[in-house]
Design a protein around this ligand. Structure first.
Ligand code: ZN
Length: 135
């Protein structure tokens, strides 16, 4: 397993980490298999979506803000960041990507995005490579 560090700059921010994952994959010499990317935080998540147009990331954050307002009278979490926790669960804490010929089998427009919902902070992302059984 490898761990990368992500330093976020905004309270809420989606950061493309595809290149970092591909760099780790290249060093691993994994030809065929699966990579699991796991975020060990309760107010951050991970997702795969469009990396070509940054406005998509803006729109995802805007929709999440409308779905999960920062302040609601019914929130009970005493730390005051209930919205961050809810958004992290909506996005999820891991993604898996197929590896073939040493490359991530992402679609043309896809990238892997770290999702910060309670930044700015220094975050960790765990990356585990699993070799396919060759036949
Ligand atoms: Zn909290």
């Amino acid at each position: 397993m490898e761990t990368i560090t992500v330093r976020t700059r905004e309270h809420a921010q989606l950061i493309d980490i595809t290149r970092e994952i591909q760099n780790l994959l290249s060093k691993s010499n994994l030809g065929e298999g699966i990579v699991t990317i796991f975020v060990p935080h309760t107010t951050a998540g991970i997702t795969i979506n469009e990396s070509a147009d940054p406005s998509v990331m803006h729109d995802i954050l805007a929709v999440l803000d409308r779905l999960v307002p920062w302040r609601e009278p019914y929130y009970e979490h005493s730390e005051g960041n209930a919205a961050s926790h809810v958004k992290a669960s909506i996005m999820g804490s891991s993604v898996r990507v197929i590896v073939s010929d040493g490359g991530l089998k992402l679609g043309t427009w896809q990238g892997i995005f770290f999702c910060e919902f309670d930044g700015p902070r220094t975050r960790k992302v765990h990356v585990a490579f699993q070799s396919a059984v060759s036949g």
